[in-house]
Design a protein around this ligand. Structure first.
Ligand SMILES: Cc1cc2nc3c(=O)[nH]c(=O)nc-3n(C[C@H](O)[C@H](O)[C@H](O)COP(=O)(O)OP(=O)(O)OC[C@H]3O[C@@H](n4cnc5c(N)ncnc54)[C@H](O)[C@@H]3O)c2cc1C
Length: 372
């Protein structure tokens, strides 16, 4: 817990009430935190609003968004275009960069004041940090890293997530407290189409701490050396054990660069130490939803497929025509990746040099193959 003194931290525990003494009837609606970096929203925020629209409609309750930051008025408008009925905005210079304490204070204030019955955040580094801090202070239950959401007849949130070494899906309920909270993996839900005509209410919220009360200061951001942001990537060129070694990823990087994308990996490649875990796609890696996913030297194990099956277009390159990855690929190329990938890279570069607008790379592919 990054927030509060020991005395402050104990406070909510004293306030714990058994189920039959608590009155949660005023808690209504679903609230989504719109996470962003420098005013650019994380895709998971819009994906969460899309799924939460369905939950709110089922509950016949409003869908609320919460935007915290500096210069974030546009994000509030965007949240409405992506499905929110009402957006709470806390816009202040000291909230320009994420810090646990000032952000959690705003969240706690908004939740206590406006009483949503469900609060959802992306299972990002920020979302995990913030959700834990808030849930502990309220106090309430929190399901981390959910991959499915639903509500039952008693308005209980059914948050499901892989459990027991990912062997089963557990559905977790928070029966005794409100709001019910969950963080949700990026890429598992789909955002609603952006609707310019949607209207909604925007409510300004005051920051809950003065700048001088905030003990932590962000000096600078240093990007991780070998890190990658798979969640928001539109093109991913991923490799597996078929790469035969770490150097194989250099071949994939050339294609990824030509397409304006990033490099992903199977767990086998990560476990062999060929590439950093941040590149791993799948059940125990990142769930992705790019426009184009190229899987080279990846067999298509179920734990990999669950993380990339929602890509708009999947291209599989494998020398084994029986490889399971071909079952979910839009386009399949049977061959040696060390011949196929460089040939694709050359073709993409040539088209770019000739001034062809590659646009969305996925939509522009002209490879022969079988559609899903
Ligand atoms: C609890 C649990 C969680 C897991 N989570 C994940 C996860 O998040 N992500 C994940 O990826 N896996 C995960 N796994 C592992 C998963 O089951 C597979 O073992 C893994 O995905 C296999 O990786 P691979 O496809 O790279 O390797 P392999 O299955 O060994 O496949 C390699 C493929 O490369 C092909 N090939 C070889 N050489 C060439 C070449 N020169 N050109 C073209 N093709 C070639 C082969 O035909 C083969 O199909 C998990 C497993 C468990 C039990």
């Amino acid at each position: 817990m990054a927030d509060g003194t020991a005395r402050e931290r104990r406070k909510p525990m004293i306030g714990l009430q058994p189920e039959n003494e608590a009155d949660w009837s005023q808690y209504r609606g679903v609230m989504v935190l719109v996470e962003h970096r420098d005013g650019v929203a994380k895709k998971v925020s819009w994906q969460l609003l899309g799924e939460s629209r369905r939950l709110a409609d089922t509950l016949q309750a409003p869908l609320m968004a919460l935007v915290i930051g500096h210069g974030v008025a546009d994000l509030a408008e965007e949240a409405i275009r992506y499905g929110a009925d009402r957006v709470y905005v806390c816009d202040s210079p000291e909230l320009g960069t994420y810090r646990t304490r000032p952000y959690s204070r705003v969240c706690l204030h908004v939740i206590r004041e406006y009483k949503p019955e469900i609060v959802l955040m992306g299972a990002t580094y920020t979302g995990r940090d913030l959700a834990g801090a808030i849930a502990t202070h309220l106090p309430t239950g929190l399901t981390a890293d959910s991959t499915q959401l639903d509500v039952d007849d008693e308005r209980l949130l059914l948050a499901s997530r892989p459990a027991f070494s990912e062997k089963m899906l557990a559905t977790i309920l928070c029966k005794q407290f409100k709001p019910q909270m969950a963080t949700v993996r990026a890429g598992v839900f789909q955002a609603l189409p952006r609707d310019e005509t949607r209207t909604g209410e925007i409510v300004a919220v005051a920051p809950q701490m003065d700048a001088q009360q905030i003990a932590t200061h962000v000096l600078e951001f240093v990007a991780a050396k070998d890190g990658v942001d798979l969640e928001d990537a539109e093109v991913i060129v991923a490799g597996g054990r078929g790469l035969s070694g770490a150097s194989g990823f250099a071949v994939l990087k050339e294609l990824a660069d030509a397409l304006g994308g990033v490099v992903g990996a199977s767990r086998a490649a990560v476990d062999l130490g060929w590439i950093d875990h941040s590149h791993q796609v799948g059940q125990t890696g990142t769930t992705v939803r790019p426009k184009l996913y190229i899987a080279a030297g990846i067999s298509g194990a179920v734990q990999h497929v669950v993380g990339m099956q929602h890509a708009d277009y999947i291209v599989a390159i494998n020398r084994d025509p029986q490889a399971p990855i071909f079952k979910i690929a839009n386009y399949g190329i049977v061959g040696d990746l060390f011949e196929v990938v460089p040939a694709l890279t050359r073709a993409v570069r040539e088209r770019r040099q000739n001034g062809s607008d590659m646009g969305s790379a996925g939509a522009d592919l002209t490879l022969a193959g079988e559609r899903r």
